[in-house]
Design a binder for this molecule. Structure first.
Ligand SMILES: *Cc1c(COP(=O)(O)O)cnc(C)c1O
Length: 393
């Protein structure tokens, strides 16, 4: 039978908000013979990458690395610090916040889930309200998704921290940075976050397979009395890694070779401030294109626009997944699908990780041509608006 799928040449455009494009030099660093994970060379690598990850999290505290997806690092944050029946406050910012809440409920936590409309981040005033009502201090943790990857909304962690302080509430603050770390400014120590959750396949420019926790002294203290069952995720056995460089069980050795290379690129060559500036520039250029097309970004509050991805709403009566399908078939570009409640209503443009101006231009060209081909009502000129911005800014 004849293959009717169009033949594609050149590079595929992977513009989903994770997994992201992996630099060739990171792929080459991963393509190494497997080594002895208990040997001296590996110890040096372990120490180096933990030190590098501390700089990425902007912390002097503890960093733990698991061979896992980001979901594993979510679970680690909860099971190391909490006990069955503990109350936790979570906020419905979108699909990922909803999944984290489901996990917390399955683990036997009592979740207070503050509803949201999937167009806004966590409202600091609501954090104040929930905590002020909890005079008995029965809420043990406030869990927030920093960058909600399903909606393209970035919650303002410093304002949330301030709300917790104002309520003089002792709850731990846990933050999911899976799609913001190493793309959008994030400060574990300065914002006094207790557990930060991250993964390898978004801003860190690696394939999937590494999960991270950055852990405060207060969270380590909570771990001493936390009663949720844990074994694989137990921080205790991981605490020495920062000094020894060795892991309690076999780490994702080759991904760690890749992480060392990615850290060199992010920290030593480009530098985090420039990394954040680049993402802000690409976020702004993308939003200008969307505005010129006469389409709407899902995020309703300009203070919360995400710089790592943009979720774009298609007009009523049109299917965002059909547009994505057209763009994939004709132009060989993958865009992010609408997840959960916004399925079919939005498509997501990932502009994070290993990315530059011309890659963004190609991405936006693919979207604009796709809108035309799929018959989605829009105005021309989105690409031109982005070019104007990128060419002058
Ligand atoms: C991708 C993502 C996750 C899930 O991570 P996995 O590696 O797929 O387990 C969780 N939270 C956010 C914000 C994400 O972007």
């Amino acid at each position: 039978m004849k293959n009717t799928a169009p033949a594609h040449t050149g590079r595929h455009f992977l513009q989903i908000p994770g997994p992201t494009n992996v630099p060739d030099r990171v792929l080459r660093a991963i393509a190494m013979p497997t080594t002895d994970h208990r040997g001296p060379e590996f110890g040096a690598l372990g120490r180096e990458i933990i030190a590098g990850m501390k700089r990425v999290f902007q912390t002097d505290g503890t960093v733990v690395i698991y061979p896992s997806s980001g979901t594993g690092a979510w679970e680690a944050a909860l099971v190391n610090t909490l006990s069955p029946g503990d109350r936790v406050a979570m906020f419905e910012t979108g699909h990922f916040a909803t999944l984290w809440r489901q996990m917390a409920a399955r683990l036997g936590l009592d979740v207070e889930f503050v509803p949201g409309d999937w167009r806004r981040g966590v409202d600091p005033a609501q954090v104040s309200e929930v905590l002020a009502a909890d005079r008995a201090h029965s809420i043990k943790a406030v869990c927030v998704v920093h960058n909600e990857t399903s909606t393209g909304v970035t919650s303002r962690i410093p304002a949330i921290r301030a709300a917790i302080d104002e309520a003089q509430h002792p709850a731990l603050l846990m933050v999911d940075t899976i799609s913001s770390l190493a793309s959008i400014d994030y400060r574990h120590d300065e914002w006094r976050v207790d557990v930060t959750v991250a993964g390898s396949q978004k801003g860190l420019m690696l394939p999937p397979g590494l999960g991270f926790n950055a852990v405060s002294a207060k969270a380590l203290d909570a771990a001493k009395s936390a009663k949720l069952t844990r074994s694989y995720w137990d921080w205790q056995a991981m605490l020495e890694t920062g000094h020894t460089g060795f892991f309690p069980y076999t780490p994702g050795t080759n991904l760690l070779f890749g992480l060392r290379e990615a850290l060199t690129m992010l920290l030593d060559e480009e530098g985090l401030p420039a990394v954040f500036g680049r993402h802000a520039r690409h976020g702004e250029a993308t939003r200008r294109a969307v505005a010129a097309w006469g389409l709407e970004v899902l995020c309703a509050d300009p203070r919360e626009y995400s710089n790592s991805l943009t979720a774009v709403t298609v007009p009523n009566g049109f299917d965002a997944d059909r547009l994505r399908e057209t763009i994939l078939n004709v132009f060989d570009m993958s865009l992010g699908t609408g997840l959960g409640k916004v399925r079919g209503r939005v498509f997501r443009i990932g502009h994070l990780g290993h990315f530059n101006d011309l890659m963004l231009c190609g991405t936006l060209c693919g979207v604009e041509m796709g809108l035309h081909r799929a018959g989605i009502p829009h105005k021309p000129g989105g690409v031109a608006a982005a070019l104007e911005f990128l060419g002058s800014a």
